[in-house]
Design a protein around this ligand. Structure first.
Ligand code: NAD
Length: 368
């Protein structure tokens, strides 16, 4: 269970359990690191088998958000929340509003957003009680659907990878094995098609494959297991995590792995194996950060121009990470962590300065 030893191990600052029996609310908020700014990360609702499983998930996910924000150049820390419950049966206005009231009490140290099984309607209920929520509806000045922005960022990561491997950033004429024709996959497919890449796609959902074909008419549909064997230049995982594992890695014939899915490597050693085989792995938590970047703009007033500028920076940052990987002869996933950690340390080091007159902080106190 929760212990200080466990929090110290991964550097979590704070873990909070909120409960409200009146609406069956059970939520755990984990704030991992706030050196760069308020912790931002979505709220996941899941029918966890145990509280231990929920705790494991929120600790792992909140740490991931710290790294994602840091490497993306955002002034945000990392946090995440999990609601324990069945999203089909346990959602209610009262549950999300009660949760919103608790979030308000955190005074902006944690800002929530959508995640797996939470939708804009749920976010709206939270927003009734607190401003510490991002991804609210566009009518309230929100930033709207994050998926097109995530896809744009993944596409920039693919361009950076193509430049490194093929000497030209355009994927024109390249073959892409795209796993997952969901919200991000569809937009990514459209970018690739417009640039003249050939897309092979798989999905477990016939409906999503049909929608995909509307955007990418010449896409070839392959089976969900066949996708690993496609003779492709680029494998783009946009469905599930951990698809680069002992069962799939020998089957990949590509030169680049670049997609939207979180935690694509089943284990860190798979990153080393990719490197040893000459397959370039684009850093997953950087190139899929477009949605987070987009939502982060909400607090300063969202505009498409700002979002484009920020999301397109993924191209340069990806190249920077490839350069660190080459210089230090380390896998890309390690180079990405190094860049994220070095930014947090650099910003931590500029704090600790006395910033001038204290009198405004003690109004009414006599000066000596
Ligand atoms: P989504 O649920 O809209 O799409 C996922 C698709 O994968 C669905 O069409 C689903 O049917 C399909 N799928 C599930 N299992 C599959 C399998 N075994 N083989 C092939 N297809 C399968 O999700 P999304 O929003 O498009 O996100 C895709 C991935 O990117 C997820 O891993 C998500 O965590 C990650 N991600 C998304 C965003 C975002 O802005 N949406 C941001 C960062 C990361």
């Amino acid at each position: 269970m929760l212990s200080f030893e466990r929090l110290y191990k991964d550097g979590h600052e704070e873990v909070i359990f909120f409960s409200d029996p009146s609406c069956n609310l059970k939520v755990i908020v984990a704030i991992h690191n706030t050196v760069l700014g308020p912790a931002l990360g979505g709220t996941r609702m899941w029918n966890y088998k145990s509280e231990e499983e929920a705790l494991d998930d929120v600790l792992r996910l909140s740490k991931g958000m710290t790294y994602k924000a840091a490497v993306s150049g955002l002034n945000l820390g990392g946090g995440k929340a999990v609601i324990i419950g069945d999203p089909e049966k346990d959602k209610s206005e009262a549950l999300f509003r009660s949760y919103g009231k608790f979030l308000e009490s955190l005074n902006g140290r944690y800002i929530t957003a959508e995640d797996v099984n939470t939708r804009v309607e749920d976010i709206e209920h939270i927003f009734t009680e607190t401003n510490n929520v991002a991804g609210v509806a566009e009518v309230h000045g929100g930033s709207g659907n994050p998926s097109p922005w995530t896809a744009r960022g993944v596409y920039r990561g693919i361009e950076a990878s193509c430049l490194k491997v093929f000497g030209d950033k355009s994927p024109k004429g390249k073959v892409v094995a795209l796993q997952g024709a969901g919200s991000v996959g569809r937009f990514l497919g459209e970018y690739l098609y417009n640039e003249g890449a050939k897309v092979y796609v798989c999905d477990i959902s016939e409906k999503n494959l049909e929608l995909f074909k509307e955007k990418v008419p010449n896409a070839e549909i392959v089976g969900v297991d066949e996708i690993y064997d496609v003779k492709a230049d680029i494998y783009s995982p946009c469905a599930l995590g951990a698809t680069i594992n002992d069962n799939t890695i020998d089957r990949l014939q590509c030169k680049i792995v670049a997609g939207a899915a979180n935690n694509q490597l089943a284990e860190a050693r798979h990153g080393q194996i990719l490197m040893d085989r000459g397959i370039l792995y684009a850093p997953d938590y950087l190139i899929n950060a477009g949605g987070l970047m987009n939502v982060s703009i909400e607090f300063e007033g969202w505009s498409a121009d700002k979002a484009v500028r920020m999301v397109d920076s993924i191209f340069d940052t990806t190249l920077k990470i490839f350069a660190i990987s080459d210089e230090q002869n380390i896998p890309v996933y390690k180079a990405t962590d190094i860049l994220a950690e070095s930014r947090i340390e650099a910003i931590r080091n500029i704090s600790g300065k006395y910033l001038g007159n204290l009198s405004h902080r003690f109004p009414g106190r006599k000066t000596r």
